[in-house]
Ligand binder design. Sequence first.
Ligand code: NAP
Length: 320
Amino acid sequence: MKSLKWLVLSIISAVLVVAPVAMAADVQEDQKAILVTGASSGIGLKVTQDLAAAGHFVYAGARKEKDLKALNEIPNVQSIRLDVTVQSEIDAAVAIVTAEGRGLYGLVNNAGVAIVGPMMDVSDDDFHFQMNVNVYGPFRVTKAFAPLIVASQGRITTIGSIAGTVSPAGLGPYCMSKHAMEAFTDALAAEMEPQGVVVNIVEPGNYKSKISASAFNRMVTEKVAAGVELTEAQKAMQDRGSNDRSQFKDPDEVSDAVMLALFDENSKLRYMVVPNQGEAAFTIGKAVQELVQLNEDQPYSYDREGLIKLLDEAMNPVTE
Ligand SMILES: NC(=O)c1ccc[n+]([C@@H]2O[C@H](COP(=O)([O-])OP(=O)(O)OC[C@H]3O[C@@H](n4cnc5c(N)ncnc54)[C@H](OP(=O)(O)O)[C@@H]3O)[C@@H](O)[C@H]2O)c1
């Protein structure tokens, strides 16, 4: 009787002890390490939260002490000081991730800023700032972390924008930076594929974040404080006031697309994610217009049937 009780107790305790270990092993096995740049707010924060909640380990890049601290409070998240314009911080981040020994499966190039205003009014300084963060930033970070990603046959996902396709008046510098990320993705995807790395881009429309408030800060508040004379466009911006983007949806569906970009077996090269039909029509319409403009009035133009055939083939690619 005593030995039966002992047997039951030992089975129960074995289950109690082994079950969590087995569960932890499952999580450990599936857990991927992913670096998200610009994780302090908006899309980057949401992606960080979703990855961590799914059991992955997130290296969350941020710049301010309070953001680094707040990110560290999220289970499965380790914040890393990372300004994408500062090479020494990028190098230090590579050293930290390497020393941690988890490898790096994923990189989400999310950090970004927006410079707005007519092209001919934009100062060299603002233009450089735009390109430094949105173009040189992902280039530098990707280059630095590529060996780790290749070693784990991982993925590189960049947060582009519908501004990588459309380019309305007054948004030129931002749109230039996001068009650059389209080219970056196409070239890198082709180059990395033979090395077993998937590269793709998520192209959101308008979602809630701090990006417009930060733009207002740089284009109005900081210039006024520095005594710089505002351009007409900046004065108009000043009159409209800072935009907190609270009228837009939370970026949940953008984060969902990032999850697919990072983990789906049949992942796509481009994930356009827009909150309404209008933004989809605007973007797809622009892409079609550009196709027509490229094609028209040149010696090798396709006729209508030829274009439709191309479209059909693109929609139903032959897979070997
Ligand atoms: N929200 C949208 O509707 C939308 C649409 C299309 C594309 N996007 C793209 O989504 C990405 C995230 O933007 P968001 O809308 O979520 O804006 P956000 O809330 O302003 O987030 C931008 C993030 O980038 C970081 N950042 C800025 N400069 C940086 C630098 N030099 N180094 C490292 N991090 C830096 C910010 O950090 P700090 O807090 O330290 O400044 C912040 O964490 C951007 O690439 C943006 O272009 C957004």
